[in-house]
Design a protein around this ligand. Structure first.
Ligand SMILES: Cc1cc2nc3c(=O)[nH]c(=O)nc-3n(C[C@H](O)[C@H](O)[C@H](O)COP(=O)(O)OP(=O)(O)OC[C@H]3O[C@@H](n4cnc5c(N)ncnc54)[C@H](O)[C@@H]3O)c2cc1C
Length: 495
C-alpha cells in the first residue's frame, strides 16, 4: 500500500476549497489548508447589508454553457438571471438631464462593436488611439449631419473607457494591446450576470464542500482549514529534504508536506515571490508573474431608507460634459485623490440597481485612483457619491441621504493586493501566459512538489470564480494522477 501523501494548500478561496474537496473526495484525506485571513472564501466575500447579503468580491456567474460553477448549481434552485446585465444603459448628463436615448444607444453600440466584435487587426499604436481613430471615423460616417454630436460623443468615449476597463479591472485603457485584447479570454454562452438569490456567492463554497441543505453528507473540508495562518516561506528542493516541502508561517509555525498547492493571488505573488520561495522561482515563472497584470476596482454600496428610483430602473450612468468636469474641483471639496488631475469622482462611472436589494445602489470606481480612493474615510466617500448622484440625477429625483455605506478595499489588503488578473501590452511583449504560471515545480526525481492554482493560472477563464475552481480541480487531479500511476506501477510489480 502506498502511503497517503500529505498535501498543504495555501489559501482558502474558491481554488483552494475546490482543490481540497477534490482531494478528499478521492480519498486523499491528509490535507491542511492554511489561510491568512480570519475567514474562508478569499475574493468571495458575501456580507450582511441591509435586508440581505451583498458581495464585496465576486457577485455573478458569468455565462452558462461551459461554466463549471453554473453547471454545478443550475439544478439546485440557488441562482437566477440578474435583472441588470450591464449591457443597456440610461445615461445621465452632468448638466442634470437624461441624455437622448436613441443617440446614446447608437454611440454605445459603435464603441461596443469596435472593442468586442471587430476582432484582430494590425494596428501599430495604443489601444486608446485605436478606439479613438475607429470611433471618430464611424461617428463621421453615421452622424454626418448632426452638428452637436461632438460633446456627447466625447462624453460617451470617456464613460466607455471607464466601463470597459472594469471588465479587467485595469488601471487604464492604455494597458491593453490592440491585437490581444480580443484574445485569449473565452466567454461562456448564456446570461452574463447570474445572481445568487439568498446568501451571495458564499453559497458556492457550501456547494463545493457538499454541505446541507443541498447535500446529505458534507465533505470534511472546512475542518481542515487553519485560519489566520499567513505563509511567509516555502522551502522546496532543499538539499536536506529533496522530496518534501517545508512551509513557514508568520506565527513561527512550520509544516512539512509531500505537495503544496499555492493559490494566493497574482497580486500576492508579484509582491512576495522573491521572499516567499526558497530556492527562488525559475526565471520563466518570474517573467510570467511580471508580465501578467493584476488590477483593482472599488465597489460602493449605498443603502437608502426606501427605494426612491422606479421599479424598472437599472441604473444611472454618468456622462461628463467637459465644462462641468473643469468645474469639479470648485464644486466638490473632496476632489482628491487625483491622478494626472483626474479626480476619483470622475472614475465612478455609475450607480446601479442590485438584485434582491430594492433599497441598495451599487457604484463602480475604476482606474488609477481606485487604490488611493480605498483609503478615503467612509464619510468622504459618502459625500462624494451623493454629490455625483445629485449632480447627475438631482433635478429628476429627490434624493435622500443614504442610511448606510459599504465599500470594498481589495488592493490595500496584503492578502490580495487587488481584484483579479488581466492581460495587456506587457503580457504580449514578454510572450507569457497563465499556463506558464501553472507549471509545477518538481523534485529531481520528478515528483511535483509545488503546484500552482488560482484564477490567474486559468488559460481561458482567468479573473473569474469558475476559472479559479477549475484550476483547483486541475491541480488536485495532478496529484491524484501521480499516485494512481504509482499504484499501477506497484500492482505491476506484485502481479
Ligand atoms: C471586487 C471583485 C469583483 C469580482 N466579481 C466577480 C464576478 O462577478 N464573477 C466572477 O466569476 N469573479 C469575480 N471576481 C473574481 C473572483 O473573485 C476571483 O477570480 C476568485 O475569487 C479567485 O479565487 P482564487 O481562489 O484564485 O483566489 P482568492 O479568492 O484570492 O483566494 C486566495 C486565498 O489565499 C489567501 N492568502 C493570500 N496570501 C496568503 C498567505 N501568504 N498565506 C496564506 N493564505 C494566503 C487569501 O487570503 C485568499 O483567501 C471578482 C473579484 C473581486 C475582488
Amino acid at each position: 500500500m502506498l502511503k497517503v501523501p500529505k498535501v498543504l494548500i495555501i489559501g482558502a478561496g474558491p481554488a483552494g476549497i475546490a482543490a481540497a474537496a477534490k482531494l478528499v473526495e478521492n480519498g486523499f484525506n491528509n490535507v491542511i489548508i492554511l489561510e491568512a485571513e480570519g475567514r474562508i472564501g478569499g475574493r468571495i466575500h458575501s456580507v450582511e447589508f441591509g435586508d440581505g447579503f451583498v458581495d464585496l468580491g465576486a457577485q455573478w456567474i458569468h455565462g452558462e454553457k461551459g461554466n463549471i460553477v453554473y453547471e454545478m448549481v443550475k439544478d439546485l434552485d440557488l441562482v437566477s438571471k440578474s435583472q441588470n446585465d450591464y449591457n443597456s444603459f440610461t445615461f445621465y448628463l452632468s448638466t442634470g438631464k437624461i441624455a437622448e436615448r436613441h443617440t446614446t444607444e447608437k454611440l454605445f453600440n459603435i464603441l461596443k462593436t469596435i472593442v468586442f466584435q471587430d476582432g484582430e487587426c494590425n494596428y501599430n499604436g495604443s489601444f486608446k488611439d485605436y478606439i479613438k481613430e475607429q470611433y471618430t471615423k464611424r461617428i463621421r460616417e453615421q452622424f454626418a449631419n448632426e452638428k452637436n454630436i461632438l460633446e456627447l460623443s466625447k462624453a460617451m468615449e470617456d464613460w466607455f473607457c471607464n466601463y470597459y476597463i472594469t471588465y479587467d479591472a485595469a488601471e487604464s485603457i492604455e494597458d491593453f494591446s490592440v491585437n490581444n485584447t480580443i484574445g485569449s479570454y473565452m466567454e461562456c454562452e448564456g446570461h452574463p450576470t447570474i445572481n445568487w438569490r439568498k446568501k451571495g456567492y458564499r453559497t458556492l463554497l457550501d456547494v463545493l464542500m457538499r454541505k446541507s441543505p443541498n447535500f446529505s453528507t458534507a465533505l470534511p473540508v472546512e475542518e481542515k482549514v487553519q485560519l489566520n495562518k499567513k505563509v511567509t516561506k516555502i522551502l522546496w528542493n532543499e538539499p536536506n529534504c529533496p522530496n518534501s516541502v517545508v512551509v513557514k508561517c508568520s506565527d513561527d509555525s512550520s509544516y512539512e508536506a509531500d505537495h503544496v498547492i499555492v493559490t494566493v493571488s497574482l497580486g500576492v505573488l508579484k509582491n512576495s515571490h522573491s521572499d516567499m520561495f526558497s530556492p527562488s522561482l525559475p526565471p520563466y515563472k518570474v517573467r510570467t508573474i511580471e508580465g501578467l497584470y493584476f488590477g483593482n476596482l472599488v465597489k460602493i454600496f449605498l443603502q437608502f431608507r426606501t427605494q426612491w428610483w422606479p421599479d424598472d430602473f437599472k441604473g444611472f450612468s454618468f456622462l461628463w460634459i467637459e465644462d462641468d468636469k473643469a468645474r469639479l474641483q470648485e464644486e466638490c471639496p473632496y476632489f482628491e485623490p487625483s491622478n494626472n488631475g483626474r479626480s476619483w469622482l470622475e472614475d465612478i462611472w455609475g450607480f446601479y440597481a442590485v438584485d434582491n436589494h430594492p433599497r441598495v445602489l451599487l457604484g463602480w470606481l475604476t482606474g488609477r485612483n481606485s487604490k488611493q480612493a480605498e483609503l478615503l474615510p467612509e464619510e468622504v466617500v459618502k459625500i462624494g457619491c451623493m454629490f455625483l448622484l445629485r449632480k447627475f440625477a438631482g433635478d429628476i429625483y429627490e434624493i435622500p441621504e443614504p442610511e448606510d455605506i459599504l465599500r470594498s478595499a481589495w488592493s490595500n489588503n496584503p492578502n490580495f493586493r487587488g481584484v483579479y488578473s488581466y492581460h495587456g501590452v506587457e503580457t504580449d511583449r514578454l510572450k507569457v501566459a497563465p499556463s506558464d504560471l501553472a507549471v509545477p515545480l518538481s523534485a529531481p526525481g520528478g515528483s511535483e512538489l509545488v503546484l500552482f492554482a488560482g484564477e490567474a493560472t486559468s488559460m481561458y477563464r482567468y479573473s473569474t470564480v469558475d476559472g479559479a475552481v477549475e484550476t483547483g480541480f486541475r491541480e488536485a487531479q495532478r496529484i491524484i494522477d501521480e499516485y494512481s500511476s504509482k499504484t499501477r506501477e506497484q500492482q505491476h510489480i506484485y502481479f
